[in-house]
Design a protein around this ligand. Structure first.
Ligand SMILES: [Zn+2]
Ligand SMILES: [Zn+2]
Length: 360
């Protein structure tokens, strides 16, 4: 029984506007998103839903769907949390467990933002990592943050070359964060998104200052590709719910557009009975969530460009190939996911396929 075909939507998550500390207003970002060919954007200003209050949420005339969430933080500006699907902010809450719980109580979905920031070399821009790994109940993690990645590698004067084509200078998602994500995912499903953290702000480097990431550049880096039910996409009243549920369920993959347009790439799992599924969370009665899945399974990867593709099983690379497409048979339970690298950095990270019941 083949899984029904879902529609791929490609967009940028985690954008700041003039409703907080972003350099561009909502209208400018929406226009830039249309020019960049995006299907959706997720605006996440700090501690406010101003973009929604001002009427920017919804399907715009240029075909871009705008979802307005917000970014919460604790009293020390650490533990940033991206909340979607909430009708208000959890004002006054400074304990991460409290605001993670509050977002859930409001029916929202939340992601830990840039949790692995470490930079200690830019005094004016200290790191804002997630420090409370004891917190339970978040839906997912922003495993790759465009601005964090870029700034983390900005060390020494030779780094000035990073001012040009900044997205092509991005590297990989932080290895320690990926290890933590793999570990968490063997206990329960934890989704991943990629974040831009767009601010379009001036960056100062000694006597120099410039906008390294103007908005049209920001939207051509890390993108989150999601697979949604076709009938739900195009109907403005249900697009928000379709987008949020695809993010929460990890139904898709993350790419760095500057290493190649990944739209159209497919990473799929076929079970021993021929049923096909996209990456992401499984229902308990689902083929891959079942305690006794039907082996052998096949993980197939069809990309839009040739790349170094790797299959990761329970956090360990178990297969690799330099190819545009590949199919690998798997016959063990556990957590499978796919990475692809091109040039000097990562291009694609898929969400995982959990195979077998939890714990994996
Ligand atoms: Zn943040
Ligand atoms: Zn942010």
């Amino acid at each position: 029984m083949p899984t029904k075909t879902l529609k791929e939507i490609c967009g940028c998550v985690h954008l700041h506007t003039t409703f907080s500390d972003g350099g561009c207003d909502c209208g400018t970002i929406i226009n830039a998103a249309g020019s960049a060919g995006l299907d959706y954007i997720c605006v996440t200003d700090h501690n406010n839903l101003g973009g929604r209050d001002a009427g920017f949420e919804g399907l715009r005339s240029n075909g871009v769907f705008v979802l307005v969430g917000y970014e919460h933080n604790d009293a020390k500006h650490h533990n940033h949390y991206l909340a979607f699907g909430v009708d208000r902010t959890a004002d006054g809450l400074t304990d991460p467990q409290e605001y993670v719980d509050a977002v859930k109580r409001m029916g929202g979905t939340g992601f830990l933002a840039h949790p692995a920031e470490k930079r200690d070399h830019i005094e004016s821009l200290p790191p804002y990592p997630w420090t409370r790994w004891d917190v339970e109940g978040f839906d997912g993690i922003e495993i790759w943050n465009q601005i964090s990645d870029w700034m983390e590698r900005l060390r020494g004067w030779h780094s000035l070359t990073r001012l040009f084509s900044p997205n092509r200078k991005l590297g990989d998602a932080p290895p320690d964060l990926m290890e933590r994500w793999d570990t968490l995912n063997r206990r329960r499903f934890v989704s991943a998104i990629g974040g831009v953290d767009a601010h379009s702000r001036k960056f100062r480097w000694g006597p120099f200052s410039c906008v390294v990431f103007p908005i049209d550049v920001e939207l051509r880096g890390i993108r989150t590709h999601l697979f949604v039910d076709v009938p739900e996409w195009g109907d403005a009243s249900s697009m928000g719910a379709a987008l949020i549920s695809a993010m929460r369920d990890g139904r898709g993959f993350i790419s760095n557009f500057s290493r190649g347009d990944a739209r159209g790439s497919r990473i799929l799992l076929t079970d021993g009975d021929g049923a096909v599924r996209y990456p992401g969370r499984c229902d308990s009665d689902d083929l891959s969530g079942a305690a006794e899945p039907s082996f052998p399974m096949k993980i197939s990867v069809e990309l839009t460009h040739k790349a170094n593709i790797a299959l990761i099983h329970n956090g360990r690379k178990v297969r690799s190939a330099k190819a545009k497409g590949v199919a690998w048979e798997v016959s063990e339970k556990g957590l499978y996911r796919v990475e692809a690298h091109r040039g000097t950095g990562a291009w694609i990270y898929s969400n995982p396929f959990p195979v077998g019941g939890y714990p994996l």
